[in-house]
Design a protein around this ligand. Sequence first.
Ligand code: PMP
Length: 391
Amino acid sequence: MNGPNGSDTSYLDYNATAPIRPEAAAAVIEAMQSVGNASSMHRPGRQAAYRVDVARQQLADLLNCSPGEIIFTSGATEANNLALRAAYTAGNPLVTTPVEHPAVLETARTVTAEQPDDLVLLPVGTDGLVDLGALDQVFAARHGGVVSLMAANNETGVLTDLRVAAKAACEAGALVHTDATQIIGRLPVDVAELDVDLLSLSAHKFGGPQGVGALYVRRGAPLPHRPLLVGGGQERGWRAGTLNVAGIIGMGAAAMAAHRGLIEEAERIASLRDRLELLLARDLPRCRFNGRRDQRLPGVTSVTFPGVPADAVLAAMPDVAASEGSACASGAPTPSHVLLAMGLSREDADSTIRFSLGYATTAAEVEHAAQAVVRAVTQVRSALAEAHGPR
Ligand code: PMP
């Protein structure tokens, strides 16, 4: 069994970061060995600019937009900040959900700090689905503003029906932003069809390098020009700073590779995920799967092992890479805000592990991981039973 890097680890943490695709790694290395600031007028500069243009087109092909609608950023955190800080105007609603990534939630809380009534959080069901019907109530009382809904949840993989949200928002004259970080390169996304105004993405979730991403801004979207970074005027004045040429070229290569065979690959990954769930449910019948199972990303499963702390399970299986809660919050001893919003108890949230599979996951990795999880959960459970009596 070989995970990425030829290791003996089953790497099931694609939602934290995916291994870089070989095409992207080769493109990054090659670009780093060439000189050229994409803003320079001499030949090396123009060559760099040309290669950035190619990458912009590759990303645009993946999203079905035009290259002029893309602003390169340092990742999805920056794209989310840029989108919400530009789209929100005090006195207007900023509608989002309690299950967003902190890059949206914290930005939303920060920008509305002076006018807390502007921040509206839509209800979320125990299955992780956002109650989009509540948008009608919000817009019955108010008009305009911005609606920001994640396309796919990073912890459960649960999907949001953006078309429904976009329709309601559009009728109310609100802009629509989606944090699409977890869906891009994993399921087909067509921005024209979704009818969103703004979309954030990050290269490292689909096999590109870390530290690079983009914000899609629909041409004609009535977005006030409020850049986060001002300076040399790059990216049409939306994001000043020398372009990360190697990162952008790597993201373009990853976008192209992810685009190829996207649907077949999603089916393959979903069947590996289903196999993992089947093995866990067979050998650990008390485990519970979180989130709406028929409306989620192909590669994600969030599993609660009641009474068995996730950190102890993860420590007992060092050859399986998976996450408790979201990786961005790891290190912090707070339970997952996503699972709590779905109504899990604190104890159950602390007993939950997220497994996320991706383009390089193999059947052997899944079989190995399932055995390791069963062994680790059984071991932790018996150690606890010995210490405290049976649970
Ligand atoms: N949004 C979501 C849904 C994410 O999963 C992540 C990464 N964990 C981010 C935003 C932040 O992305 P980045 O690492 O590019 O800043």
